[in-house]
Design a protein around this ligand. Sequence first.
Ligand code: DI6
Ligand code: FE
Length: 406
Amino acid sequence: MRCDRIWRNARLATMAGSPADDGLGLVDDGLIACGKGRILYAGAANAAPRDLEAPESVDCMGRLITPGLIDCHTHLVYAGNRAHEFEQRLKGVSYEAIARQGGGIMSTVKETRLATDEQLLAASLPRLNALMNEGVTTVEIKSGYGLTLEHERKQLRVARELASPNVRGMNITTTLLAAHALPPEFAGRADDYVDEICRHILPALIKEGLVDAVDAFCENIGFSREQCKRVFNAATAQGVRVKLHAEQLSDQEGAALAAAFRALSADHLEYASEPGIEAMAREGVAAVLLPGAFYFLREKQLPPIDLLRQHGVAMALATDHNPGTSPLTSILLVLNMAATLFRMTVDECLLGVTRHAAKALGMSESIGTLEAGKQCDLAIWNVERPAELVYAIGANPLHERVWRGA
Ligand code: DI6
Ligand code: FE
């Protein structure tokens, strides 16, 4: 069988295992063959096709290979930063007082509206590089700092630009999050802004091919359950999948709303209730847990991990990179936080940034496990045991990142 490249003498964590082995699908003496950017074989070397031949065969010297990591929830494209607010908060100024001074999300909106495409690209590249340097091969990027058709379009256009192979080698999926905050032009008129989203912003940007999914911030300081439902109806009418920032700071029954729309995922979930989790399980909605925001906000309410486990809800993990509540670009630190703060197991953590993250993006057909037919996105690690990827803090054991076989 003609291949482009073979990796041999490796330990594989295929993430395609059965629940019996906790899903990591470990293979001690493994081999991966790829052709035209796709995996042709991934498994035990002694069961590989006998006729494999490739111009290049890589001896991995016993290193561990996982699927390329997936960061399934980021707000990566924006201008400026909020370090000054961080400093104010440390001096005791409240989040609300900062918001009243025009800070918070609105300060990032102001800077993002003023930025050109080139400036947004230049500001986002270091953040994308940081993720790539830790073996990330797929990133979800949300809008939500423009809040007008023109500026939401600009954010999503830059997100698409980041995906072009001549910029970086990265799979990027975009999410419209116009329902992130109320823009000043609509102060006191949230329903009118939701009309603007449903009638103008969402249909236009979907038609322009800039939107892979639609999200909303269902929260007291965001949008009500009813307003999010209107956004979801508009997205669904256009045949676009939805996801939701749900129960981050209070129980708005967002998880149940996400389930009612068979959403790809419900994200945060610190304040989720059992009925909402049951509904998610029933409708196959993934949970996306975001320990970076939990840590940075010094949140005390843990997400209901045991309930998610009991009901068999797939748990994904992500950085939630954003300048206000999770200025975090380390997916490896997310793994340690999920274990240390949320008490998730090593296997749950690693599945959270591979197979379950792919499910949260609706991309299980093409990424998230080492299986024939999937995209050949790999992370090759200088570790013996998968647990080392979750255990170490601040270390980066990545040996090589492979995107589409190269
Ligand atoms: N939840 C969050 O924590 C961020 N957005 C959201 O929906 C906050 C974004 C920011 O503060 O810039
Ligand atoms: Fe977020």
